[in-house]
Design a protein around this ligand. Structure first.
Ligand code: DON
Length: 298
């Protein structure tokens, strides 16, 4: 299946609006599947490290809800999907109140990042890393400094979104600190093996592979899974739900996190992207997997 899906890598191109992401090899495709047993099933270039980018939005949302509770989080960010691109500013202006439509678009993710508790950008990052290390069982996970600074120096669209949100009293405080944190959060680096383990915890209602250990509360796991279905593939989420039917979240590095409820965690890496910012071969691979193993939740 990986070989079949790999044929699609030449149909897209790697992200270039974050300069450091341009270096990725577009023909790479990696898959990892974890069902809670001792080992992950892996295929393709599974040792490749990549950054989470927007996949981090799922984990940051879980942490913000754990920190502040659902009521506070959703007083500042909505729950509705959008047909606009992930970095669009247009709805922020036309919508009253000006809160972002959902936590999976950049504007919403900036609000979520603002809500995560911590005395400094480094403290917030350490707390998110701690959650990710618990979910993966991998204590070495950290962030890629080069990617983080490359994004920080070129993040003027996110900067504009954040200043807009501050002007409208959705967020407060120092915007540069928020961007320091947000760009490091997006630059957290792992393999598709780690990603499959994260997917497993979300699929397994917040419990780790040691079934007694609750890593995130069941309600939070269900909530983030629902956002993955409705908003996880941005303005391709509707078609993806029909063709694949797996709660999933993509990132512009080419990663895709999948969580098949009560069954599997899936991690994919394929940096060649379509025009909506989703991994072309990764989506094809999920479609093949879903068809072959009846993974659709619908
Ligand atoms: O904020 C950004 O633009 C990036 N750090 C993340 C965007 C992203 O991954 C969108 N995904 N498809």
């Amino acid at each position: 299946m990986v070989i079949e899906a790999k044929k699609h890598t030449n149909k897209g191109k790697v992200a270039d609006y974050i300069p450091a992401l341009k270096e990725a090899n577009p023909s790479v495709l990696a898959l990892s599947i974890f069902d809670g047993a001792e080992f992950c099933f892996t295929a393709g270039d599974s040792q490749e490290l990549f950054t989470l980018q927007s996949i981090s939005k799922v984990l940051a949302l879980a942490l913000a809800i754990i920190d502040c509770g659902e009521d506070e989080v959703f007083s500042k960010v909505g729950m509705e999907p959008t047909g606009d691109p992930f970095n669009s500013i247009s709805r922020l202006e036309t919508q009253v109140p000006n809160k972002p439509l959902n936590p999976m678009i950049n504007a919403g993710a900036l609000v979520v990042s603002y809500l995560i508790k911590g005395d400094s950008p480094e403290h917030k990052l350490e707390r998110l890393l701690e959650l990710i290390r618990k979910m993966t069982g991998n204590d070495t996970i950290s962030y890629n400094k080069e990617v983080a600074s490359s994004e920080y120096l070129s993040a003027d669209l996110n900067r504009a979104l954040a200043y807009f949100l501050k002007q409208h009293h959705i967020i407060e405080g120092e915007i540069e600190d928020l961007l320091q944190y947000y760009t490091k959060q997006c630059a957290i680096e792992l393999t598709c093996h780690d990603l499959a383990k994260i997917g497993f915890v979300i699929a397994n209602e917040g419990k780790g592979f040691d079934r007694n250990e609750i890593i995130i509360p069941v309600k939070v796991a269900r909530l983030v899974k629902t956002f993955m279905v409705t908003c996880g593939m941005y303005n391709a989420s509707g078609e993806f739900a029909i063709k694949v039917g797996i709660p999933a979240k993509s990132g512009v590095s080419g990663g895709i996190l999948g969580a098949v409820p009560n069954r599997l965690g899936i991690g994919i890496y394929g940096p060649s992207l379509d025009e909506k910012g989703n991994s072309v071969a990764g989506m094809k691979l999920l479609e093949l997997l879903s068809d072959s193993f009846e993974l659709s939740i619908f």
